[in-house]
Design a binder for this molecule. Sequence first.
Ligand SMILES: [Zn+2]
Length: 1080
Amino acid sequence: MTTMKFSHRVIFVGASLFISVTLYLFLNVQTLQDNRHVPRRKLMETHLWPLRDSNSPVIQPVSDCAFGTSYHVSANITTQSIFNSINFRTSYDGSYPLPTVETRPPLTRKDKIAAPLRVVVVPHSHNDPGWIKTLDEYYIDQTQHILNNMVERLTKYPNMTFVWSETVFLSIWWNSLEDHVRLQVRRLVRKGQLEIVLGGWVVPDEASTHYFSLIEQIIEGHQWILENLNVKPVNSWSIDSFGYSSTVSYLWKQTGLQNMVIQRVHGSVKGYLAAKKSLEFRWRQFWDQSGTTDIMCHVMPYALYTIKYTCGPDRFMCLMFDFRHIPGEVNEAKGKTIDDTNIESQATYLYEQYRKKSSLYKYGTVLVPLGDDFRFNKPQEWQQQHDNYMKLFEYMNSRKDWNIDVGFGTLTDYFDALRVAEGRASKTKSGGFPVLSGDFFPYSDRDNTYWSGYYSSRPFGKRLSREVENNLRSAEILTTFANIYSKQLGYRFDNHHVYLASLQQARRSLALFQHHDAITGTSKEYVAGDYMRKLAVAYNHTHEAIAGAMQMLLTKGTVSVSENKLLPAETKTMFLRFPQRKHIHVSEEGTDVVFFNPVGQTRKEIVHLQVDSDTVEVRDENDMPVPCQLNPIWVATIRISEVNFEIVFPVELAPLGLVVYKLTRLSEEPAKLYPAGILMYNTLDFVLPSTSRLIEYRPDIGSEIVLQNEHLKATFSQKTGYLQSVVNKTSGLRTETKLEFLQYKSRGSGAYIFYPEGKARTFEELPFIIRVIKGPIMSSVEVAHQQYLRHLVKLYSGFTVQSMGLHIENEIFLFKMADVEVIMRVKTDLGKRSNFFTDQNGYQFIARKTHAKLPIQGNYYPMTSACFLEDPSRRVTLHSGQALGVASLKNGEMEAMIDRMLIYDDDRGLGEGLQDNKPTRLYFVLQVEYSESERTPSLLKYYSYPSLISSTMNDLLQNPVQAFYATPNMQFGIRKLELLKEPFPCDITLVNLRNLMTSLMTENGTAVILHRRGFDCSFPASGLTCALSHGELALNSILSEIHLKQVRKMSLSYMYELKKIRTGRLQLSPMEIASFHVQW
Ligand SMILES: [Zn+2]
C-alpha cells in the first residue's frame, strides 16, 4: 500500500475546497432550473478528485512545436492534388481509360539498341483466409492442394517461380508436413524460386484497421516466417485490398520491406499516373522532408489482378494466355496449347501486349502477374502454364529483333531489374522515380461506383475488433509484468503457459480478422459468423489472462490463479451480442473491484459499474469513502429496474496502474451516495417506483435541455433530444454542433459499394422519448427511439481530459429495415473556411476535400479512430471507438455511416447483400477546441496533427479502464500497484508491451513498441500532467522495477537489429513508431 506524497497532500486540501464550491454552485443552479417543486436533493460537499492539475506539460515552443506547425510537403505528387485535377471521365462501358498506346508498337532504332525489354512473369495464387468460404474450408478444399502442388512442381520445374503472401495458411499447412517436405520448402525459398511476399499473417484491409492490429499481424507473420523458413521478406504484395493507406506504407517500411505492389487504386488516378509514367514512385509520408520514409511502390495498371488483366491492355488477348484447362471445369481461359504451328503468331500477340504494357512505365520493365484466386490448385495447371509459357519465353528470347528478355520470376527479380534499369537511366540523367505522398481512398473500379460502403459494413465486427485489441493489449502488458515479477521476484504464476498459449491464439484471431474480407464486412454471412466466433473466444481468453495476471500481481502469487477469483465487469456471453455489463453482487462484507489503466500516463476517470444494491458505499485503496452517484438502469423505454442500479464514481490510476476499490452494501444510504435526478421528456407515463432512492423532476417544457460541467455547457433540443451546441465555459465561446440521424436509400449499394439514391433523408418520425439524468458526477441525455436506435450522450464532471468531451453511445439495430444506410451527422457553424480531416489507421490525419464533381459516395473516406473539421480558430473532433466511413458533404458538416442493411448483392463476387445486422453499440467522443495562437489556414494543408489533449482523449477512448470484480471470498491485500515507476511522456504512446515468443512457446524477451506523436501546439494542453519527451525517453527509469539486461532497437516486426542501446535512453523522431527488444 502506498501513502500519499507530501506535495500531493498540499494540493489535495486546496483543490478540495475549490471543487466542492464549484459543485455546490453547479448543483444549485441545476436544481432551480430543472423543476418547480424542488424535492430535497443531497448536495455533494466533497471533492471529486484529490487535486486539480494545473501543471500542464512543459512545452518548448521551438523544439516541440516546430514539427507540428510546418505543413510543408516535399513530394512532387500528392494524391489530393490528383483528385483536384482529374475529371473522373469514364469510357462508354463505364471503365476508366488509361492513356492510349500505339496499336502495334514498332521498334524504333532506339528500342533496338536499348537494353532489352525486361518482362518478369510472376505466377501467384490469391488465397483469402475467409470470404465465400471460411479459413478452414478454403484450406481443406483449395489451399493445401495449392501448397502441396507448389512444392512438387517447383522442384520439378526449376525455371518456374511462385510468390506467397498469407502466413496464416503456411502455418496451418506447415503442421501437416513431414520433415523432408519442410526442408524442400526451405530449399525453394533459399534458391529464390519461392518468394514470401509481405509475409503478414494476412494481407490486411487498410481502411478499417488500427495500427495496433496491423503491427500485431505483421509481427506474427514475420516472426513465423523467420523462425520456420529462415527468410526476411523484402517485397509487399497487396493486390486485393480495396484502397491503400499511407500509414501501411510507413509501417511496412519500418519492418524493413523495400518494395510494394498495389492494385486496387481509383481508375482515374491510375490514368493520371500512367500518363505521367508515374505508376512507379517512391511513397513518402507527408511530414517527411528528407525521404527517410520512402518505399518503392509499383501500381498495377489495369482493372484487376487476374490473368485477363495483367498481360497487357487487351483482356481478350490476355485470356488466350491463360492455359488452365481442367476437364469439366467452366472458366474464361482461352489458352490453346502452344506448338510449332501457332508459336509465332501467339508469341507475337503476347509480345505486343508486353510492349504496350511497358509503354505505361518508364524504364522498360514489365511486371506480369500470372494467377487468380485460388489458382494452381491442380497439378495439371502447373504443367499447362509452365509448358506453354516456357515455349513462348524461349521463342521470344530467341527473336533478337524483338529485343526482349522474358521469363518466370519473383518480385525480387522484378524490382532488381527495375533498379538496374533506373540506374542505367540515371547515368543519362533520365533516371529517378517521382515521389508521392497521400493515400488511395476511395477506390473506384467503374463509373460512379465507389468502394466506400465497406468502411461501414458490419460495424458489429469493426467494434468487436477494437474491443479485442484493447483486451489483448491489456492482457499482454499484465501477463508480461506478471511473468517478469515471477522470474525476478519469485512470485508464483501457475497458469503462465496456458495464458501465453491462449494469448497467441487471441493474437492470431485478431490478426486473421484484419484480412481484407473480414474487418471489411465483405464475406458471406456464415463466414462473418465464423470470424465473430473466433473473436469472441479471443475476447474471453484475453479476459482470463487479465484476471489471472491481476490476481497474481495483487497477491504476489500467494493465491493460485488456477482458480480464478476475478471476473470482468463487462462480458461477452454470446458471440453475436455486444459485451454486456454484469450486475455485480455487492455484499455486506464488501466486494473488491480491481481497475487497470492500460495507458502509459496517469489517468483520472469516472467509471461506471452495475450493481444489485442502491446502498453501495465505495471506498478507495486507502479505505477512504469516494463520492458515488446512483443512476437508474432502464429495463424498458420508460421503466427502470428496481433491483439493479448503475453506480458512477471517480478513480485515479497510475500509468499501467492497478488499484483496488471496495464496494460495500450498507443497511442505510451511505453519506457519499448521490442518487441522480431523472427528467423524462415527451411522455407522461413514467412512474418512479415508490421504493426508489432516485429523484424525479418534472422537465421545464419550452427551453433547451442543458448539461454542464467545469469545462463546457452542452444544449440539447427538447423535441429530438439531440445535441445543439457546445459552449466553452472559460471563454464563453459557443460552437453549433447540431446532431441528427438520417438515412440513405440504396440505389445499388452492397457490402462493398455505397451507391445511394440521392441525399440522406429523415430516419425516424418524432417524437422520441428523452431520458435525462442529472447528478454531481455525471449527467446524460438519452434518446430512446422506438426500435432502431438508442442514442446516449454523457458529460462527466471534474477537471480531466474525460470531462472535456461529450461521450456518445449509439445502439443501433437495423434488422427489421430494408435497404438503408444510417448516418449520424454533426452540423457546425465552422462554415466556408473549414476543412475536413480523417485519420488513417489511428496514426495520422489527412486532409479530405469534398469534390462537387464526384457523387456522394466518391466523397466518403475511411475513419479508423477520429475525424475533425477545423477553421482558423476552432476544431470539432469526432473521436470514434470503431472504424466507419465518414464524409463532409457541406462546409462545416461531417457525418459517419453507422450501419447498413442491404438486400442486394453489389456484383463484386460476394453473391449476397448485408442482412445479418446485429444489435451494435458504437462509441464516440465529440470534442470542441479553440486555438490559442495563429495557425496555418487549414485550406492550405494536406495533413494535420491532433492537439495533445485530443490524442490523449483518443487514447483513453481506445483503451478504456479494465474493471474486474472479485468473487465473495476474495479480498486483496495489495490495494495499489504501479507497474511503471514513471509515466511515459505525453507525446509517447505505448503501442504495446508484450512477450516475444517462438511458435514452440519459448520466451524470447519483451517487445516494447512506442509511437512518438506529432501534435499541434496551437491548442491548449492544460489538464495534462505528463511531461513532453523532447525526443528522448529513459526506458530504464520508466521500467526501473525490472532488472534490465539489454535494450536493442529493432525493425518494427523484429526481423532486424538496428542498434544496441547501452544507456537505456531511447531517441525517437516525431511520428516515429519504433520497436525495442528488452532482455531482463
Ligand atoms: Zn482477397
